[in-house]
Design a protein around this ligand. Structure first.
Ligand code: SF4
Length: 381
């Protein structure tokens, strides 16, 4: 069953590293207009295709800027047009600061089941460096309030490869951030490596920051992954870790190359075999502009590329289930080539695991995933 993604393109302020589509300092009128526009777009899609939503994900931007009542109203609209499955996972991303007092109670009663919070770091000076408008105490307060309201599925973001001016406490701070996730009861952690994206404040002012070299960034990644695993989180995707049962069902749907409908400026979709997206144009979205075509989706290559982001990788049986005999043949080509590649790698630190029915990247492989996947594709060209 498809998932639903609603993009909420508002933030209280713009973080210097962020290239997501979001508008800072927006008025209440604009938030209301946006809510109505999302409803209108949902209604239009419902006239074209019918499905029951297995997951709903409000991402951004900062969905909490919309406020709990508008979020509930939109969830009601999703349920009206694409009836939620009984056990649907419904996630809202949020900023740890700036939420109204009854935020969590209202969302929980409205049917939300999961909260994903942009903690990024448990260290005050790192948060300042990241231009975040929250403090470590805000995360604790928000997590406690969410749990009190009834939420058991809580995710925290941790950022690695930060441009900290001194290396002195780098790993210690990272360890603390990971430990806080466990201490505060998160059942999911997303550990993202910071990259300097074109057009961001970081990219425009590199002289103000000390960005880590590749070796340091890789060391951060391995360190946070090992630390999270020692705390009981299992890595299930390049950047994602979960306590048992805490995996994000919505994100798994992306990595399994399943279909979803995305609504909102900059939201992408894969529905009825085709990919399409809304341009990064808030006013256009309010005016009812239609999404733009992005070609067919669901090819074997796409399936492999997404599946290899997961620690479980891809299997021959799943390829056959999805693509029939042709999928089996393509998997076999990958398998032969992959086994050759695996033999060329050091035994104590391989990039790839190739067993009879499965191909998966290792943690070292995740660090160079694009190159390894490109090599694998050479075998089916
Ligand atoms: S709060 Fe999130 S989406 Fe908004 S600017 Fe910061 S990183 Fe980007």
């Amino acid at each position: 069953m498809p998932g639903m993604y609603i993009h909420v393109p508002f933030c209280r302020s713009k973080c210097p590293y962020c290239d997501f589509y979001s508008l800072p300092r927006i008025s209440e009128e604009a938030l209301d207009a946006y809510t109505k526009a999302v409803e209108a777009h949902l209604r239009r899609f419902a006239g074209q295709s019918a499905f029951s939503a297995e997951t709903v994900y409000f991402g951004g931007g900062t969905p909490s800027v919309l406020g709990a009542r508008r979020l509930n109203r939109l969830l009601g609209a999703v349920d009206h047009f694409f009836p939620l499955q009984k056990d649907a996972e419904v996630t809202a991303e949020m900023n740890p600061a700036g939420w109204e007092e009854d935020f969590f109670d209202t969302l929980y009663k409205g049917g939300f089941t999961r909260i994903s919070m942009g903690m990024q770091s448990a260290n005050e000076s790192e948060l300042r460096l990241l231009g975040r408008n929250h403090r470590p105490a805000d995360v604790r307060r928000a997590m406690q309030a969410a749990q009190k309201a009834g939420f058991t599925h809580l995710s925290l973001d941790v950022m690695t490869a930060l441009p900290v001016p001194s290396e002195e406490n780098r790993l210690e701070n990272l360890r603390r951030s990971a430990e806080i996730c466990r201490e505060l009861g998160a059942d999911h952690v997303s550990a993202y490596m910071l990259k300097v994206e074109d057009g961001t404040f970081y990219a425009r002012h590199p002289e103000r920051y000390t960005f880590p070299d590749e070796e340091t960034a890789c060391r951060d990644y391995r360190f946070v992954a090992d630390t999270l695993e020692s705390l009981g989180y299992r890595q299930y995707e390049i950047s994602n870790f979960a306590a048992p049962g805490g995996e994000s069902r919505h994100n798994l749907l992306y990595w399994h190359d399943e279909e979803y409908l995305g609504v909102g400026p900059a939201a992408h979709s894969f529905l009825n075999g085709r990919r399409f997206y809304y341009p990064r144009d808030f006013q256009g979205f309010l005016n009812g502009a239609l999404p733009e075509e992005d070609g067919p989706g669901g090819s074997f290559e796409e399936y492999v590329m997404l599946g290899l982001r997961l620690t479980e990788g891809i299997t021959r049986s799943a390829c056959i289930d999805r693509f029939g005999e042709e999928g089996g043949k393509q998997f076999d080509a990958l398998h032969v080539y992959g086994a050759g590649l695996a033999r060329m790698q050091p035994k104590d630190d391989p990039l790839l695991i190739v067993s009879e029915n499965r191909i998966a990247l290792t943690r070292s492989g995740f660090l160079v995933s694009n190159a390894v996947i490109a090599s694998l594709f050479e075998s089916i060209e």
